[in-house]
Design a protein around this ligand. Structure first.
Ligand SMILES: Nc1ncnc2c1ncn2[C@@H]1O[C@H](COP(=O)(O)OP(=O)(O)OP(=O)(O)O)[C@@H](O)[C@H]1O
Length: 581
């Protein structure tokens, strides 16, 4: 129950709803448990008439009618109260589910890129959906049924002891066996549930990756292998589930057996006590009804225990993520003004998962409003430079300075808001083109959206679609070409009107003619904006104010196009080679 302590704050948040639910639950049980007494009175009235203690049949009839009316009244009222208990407690559990999902989602948003690299998407999804549902079963049904069980056990036992303490003692004899078995079975269930949840995560991840990579799977015709892999994981998951349910299945027969023994004891011991004159026939009937009324709450104990165990296992998995600390934290509450002079001072950076040192003592500076181009072989560290500017990672040694201030001393939100970033692999949300562009500025009007699209040279493509800017892209809509996606992504960065614009090899999928048009447009847009262009093509970068050439994490050449194209080295070789192409 250690992990589940986390949800105590929600019990406290909804304390009034829970308290009211508990009160109604108690009332409903008290009413329900009056019914055996009314049945006892009816049986005793009939018994007294048959023994000649009451001779007037009309008295017996009136007593029977009164008791029947009382039974019906108590049952109706108990039913109404049960309805309200469910309304209060189950509805509240949905509110807790909503809060917990939001709490996890907010935490996911805060966590750094490294966290997303270490954990697979399927697992992230599973914890926010499947695991939260298990916890909801604890804060809703488990609370309601335990409450029901506790109240009915207390009320029933009080009424039983009032009638005959000795018979009550015999009836309770199987209880210790019940508690010990519940204890051992729940421990086993907890262990098995944790394993089941882990397998479910693996299964979700496998399915999710298959769907994301469906084009590759189909084009390589590896569907049978993909089906086989899925079947193997599903088989393992099924076996773990069966193992769990085999243990769970032991609960109900055990309960029924123990209740059956209690019934036998009531009939046998109760019969003897009636012969000895301690209790009436009606009392025996009342005891049998009590024992059977207890069947459901006691049987439910097993179910509730397994819900609690499953919720504990799930909350443990949720807590693992909730206690993760974001690696990149905002250390400055005051807002920071960003103008855009960027300087790398002896920056070294190693990706801790791969241990690759992607940048080694990198030094360079771009003044506010100027354009820097970064060129280099694949894997030479170009994107890493950009990752450090956007503070997706922090440098290990050295400093990244913006306007002379260490980037870690700037307000993180302000920093990221002042950057317009076009990544290498353009990502579009499953939404309209308009909303995808508006992502850069949620208040943008259709005029500014169109203007940004024109600058990114994508407007003419969009207007050709039947629904224009309202065209849906992504999973349920139009599939844009690689080059079109890149250009929508450029429009999204432009519309943000940022101080720093970063283009990470984002024109790789457009032809040279389109590239020329976009670059011409960008010339106007990037004026007075610090701009960084990463590219493999000299044509994209030759107009930059300065160019750095990277190799294996180091800057091997620096200068402008004129200087570098006349200097022996990588740049000149590439330039000449591309001129020939
Ligand atoms: N997220 C990451 N985790 C671990 N290692 C990484 C990560 N990103 C890049 N690397 C490694 O760091 C090195 C530099 O990568 P980077 O992406 O900066 O190169 P790049 O010059 O942008 O390459 P490309 O032109 O292919 O995009 C590479 O060896 C790469 O394998």
């Amino acid at each position: 129950m250690k992990a589940l302590k986390h949800v105590n704050k929600y019990f406290s948040k909804y304390k009034y709803r829970y308290s009211f639910g508990i009160l109604i639950c108690i009332l409903s049980n008290i009413l329900k448990l009056q019914i055996p007494d009314f049945i006892k009175n009816s049986i005793n009235a009939a018994d007294d008439y048959s023994k000649g203690i009451i001779t007037d049949i009309s008295i017996v009839k009136t007593s029977l009618l009164n008791n029947i009316l009382l039974i019906v009244g108590a049952a109706i009222l108990a039913g109404i109260f049960t309805f309200f208990t469910r309304q209060l407690i189950i509805v509240t559990s949905r509110l807790v589910e909503f809060d917990l999902k939001n709490e996890i989602y907010q935490q996911y948003q805060k966590l750094s890129l490294n966290f997303y690299k270490k954990n697979r998407t399927g697992d992230l999804m599973n914890r926010i959906s499947e695991d939260v549902s298990k916890v909801r079963m604890y804060v809703g049904p488990a609370v309601m049924y335990s409450l029901n069980t506790v109240v009915s056990i207390i009320v029933t036992f009080t009424l039983m002891i009032q009638t005959d303490a000795t018979l009550t003692l015999y009836t309770l004899l199987p209880l210790p066996i019940l508690s010990v078995s519940i204890y051992y079975l729940s421990r086993l269930i907890h262990k098995k549930t944790t394993i089941v949840q882990e397998y479910l995560s693996i299964l979700t991840t496998s399915a999710q990756e298959t769907f994301s990579g469906i084009r590759i799977i189909k084009s390589y015709a590896t569907e049978p292998q993909s089906i086989h892999n899925f079947e193997e994981i599903a088989e393992l998951s099924k076996q773990k589930n069966i193992e769990l349910y085999k243990v769970q299945a032991l609960f109900f027969p055990l309960m029924i057996l123990l209740i059956g023994i209690s019934n036998l004891l009531v009939i046998y011991i109760g019969g003897q006590r009636h012969i000895d004159g301690f209790i009436t026939l009606g009392d025996i009937a009342k005891f049998i009804i009590y024992v059977n009324i207890l069947t459901w709450p006691v049987a439910v104990l097993g179910w509730v225990t397994s819900i609690v165990q499953q919720a504990e296992a799930s909350q443990q998995r949720i807590n693992e993520f909730l206690k993760e600390k974001p690696e990149i934290i905002n250390q400055v509450e005051n807002s920071s003004e960003i103008n855009g002079t960027i300087r790398f001072k002896d920056v070294t950076f190693t990706y801790d998962d791969t241990n690759i040192t992607a940048l080694k003592n990198v030094n360079f500076e771009i003044s506010q409003g100027k354009t820097l181009a970064i060129l280099g072989k694949t894997g030479s560290g170009k994107s890493t430079i950009i990752n450090l500017i956007a503070r997706l990672y922090d440098a290990d040694t050295g400093e990244v300075l913006i306007d002379g201030i260490n980037i870690e001393q700037l307000n993180l939100n302000n920093l990221r808001q002042s950057i317009g970033f076009v990544p290498q692999d353009a990502f579009l949300f499953s939404d309209t083109i308009e909303n995808n562009i508006k992502f850069g500025d949620e208040n943008a009007t259709i005029e500014t959206i169109t203007k940004a699209a024109k600058d990114a040279y994508i407007d003419h493509n969009i207007t050709e679609f039947k629904n224009g800017y309202k065209t849906f892209v992504g999973e349920r809509g139009v599939t844009l070409s690689g080059g079109q996606k890149q250009r929508v992504s450029i429009a999204r960065a432009i519309i943000k009107n940022p101080k720093i614009l970063i283009f990470d090899d984002c024109l790789s999928a457009v032809d040279t003619e389109t590239e020329e048009i976009i670059l011409n447009n960008l010339e106007r847009i990037t004026k007075n904006r610090t701009t960084i262009i990463v590219s493999h093509r000299i044509s994209s970068i030759k107009h930059a104010d300065s160019i750095i050439v990277m190799d294996e994490g180091c800057i091997i050449q620096k200068g402008n196009h004129l200087e570098l194209s006349t200097q022996e080295g990588f740049y000149k070789e590439l330039y000449e080679q591309q001129l020939l192409d």
